[in-house]
Design a protein around this ligand. Sequence first.
Ligand SMILES: [Zn+2]
Length: 75
Amino acid sequence: MRRKMQAKIEPVIPAEILEQAKQSISPDRLRKAAKCSVCSADTMVLAGSEPLCWVCRRLKISAWREIEQQAPMQE
Ligand SMILES: [Zn+2]
């Protein structure tokens, strides 16, 4: 009795397509060099998002939290 399914396993995705996929999602396409809108530091920004370096982004997020914490909860 012969086995038709041998150990040779074909790759599910051809190498060419894999390579194309890698190129299509390369950081150069998703991100672009930009200046932070707050401190003008060089930063990489995702297309469509606000140009903020990671420092200012953090400051902004922490500022939001402070505002939320300072908001009076009187009812
Ligand atoms: Zn900044």
